[in-house]
Write a protein that binds this ligand. Sequence first.
Ligand SMILES: [Zn+2]
Length: 114
Amino acid sequence: MHEYSLTERIVTIASDTARKNNAKNVSKVIIVVGESSGIITESVQMYFDLIALGTPAEGAELEVKSIKPEMYCPNCGKNFIRPRFSFECPACGALGNPTEIGKEFYVESVELEL
Ligand SMILES: [Zn+2]
């Protein structure tokens, strides 16, 4: 649902970047989305083409880099990728603590056609 406004922000960032650099248009936008961010990337993909119409980002490719959520093991002191349906450290079985890794949502880069 909030994917629409998030996608608007992506298009704005991409369009502003194109204008600032006097580019003809945007060829590609790379975004980073954590799998725990709650953002449905399919929706972002779908809205992107619509919202980009009439902007320098029209027709640009949208690439999504997914980030797997990581937990921190207080016993081993290491981060691990959260196993499905579990919060346990695969090395020692201790209960992991959530980290900020996997909650990302940002534009990594904008590629322009000059
Ligand atoms: Zn551990």
